[in-house]
Design a protein around this ligand. Structure first.
Ligand SMILES: [Zn+2]
Length: 77
């Protein structure tokens, strides 16, 4: 079961220009649940943290990871 959390800014669109959406997989973390970013053509890895999901999305779309996201990931460890 999935639900949409938010639509990401245009700067986070995929390589093909699709708007990206932050989604939540409502299953427990041990059953593949968590947050991920997707568009009509691709989907990022499921991560426990919003910042990690967006960072993963940026990487797979060949975009530098926003500094704020990197800082957040480091803080999480
Ligand atoms: Zn796309």
């Amino acid at each position: 079961m999935h639900r949409m959390i938010e639509t990401l800014p245009a700067a986070d669109a995929c390589r093909d220009g699709h708007a990206a959406r932050l989604m939540q997989d409502l299953r427990g973390p041990h059953f593949g649940g968590g947050l991920y970013v997707e568009c009509p053509c691709c989907r990022g890895n499921t991560c426990a943290q919003r910042e990690m999901a967006i960072s993963n999305w940026s990487r797979i779309n060949g975009r530098p990871v926003p500094k704020a996201h990197v800082a957040a990931v480091r803080r999480v460890g």
